[in-house]
Design a protein around this ligand. Sequence first.
Ligand code: FES
Length: 119
Amino acid sequence: MLTFFKRMRSSNTPYKPMNVTIIDIDNESHLIKYKRFEYPNLMELIVNTYYSEIGECKGKGLCGTCVLELVYGKFTNTLSKQEQHTLLVHKKGGKGFRLACQIVLDKNLDGLTFKVITV
Ligand code: FES
């Protein structure tokens, strides 16, 4: 029983620090610590941490200024129709491209590396 509670406590820790690496347009790598749901999405984490040139539409998934390419790790969250459309409009509909504003800060990002793509 004690093992059960220890496992529950560790798995339900909502603010366990995690890391995501962002490579900016100058090819500089930034290891960003985040807490689950600390910001509404990855775009806001990036903007508030170091990079303010993305996010023109404030996270509505319309402008395409927050396109990222997954360069390390596996990220399997599905894309919404709006995200697919915006990526196609900016000719980034291929595998591995995502809108940072549509990515939730959760454990699935831990250890991944994304590159900021200019469109
Ligand atoms: S902030 Fe506009 S598409 Fe992401």
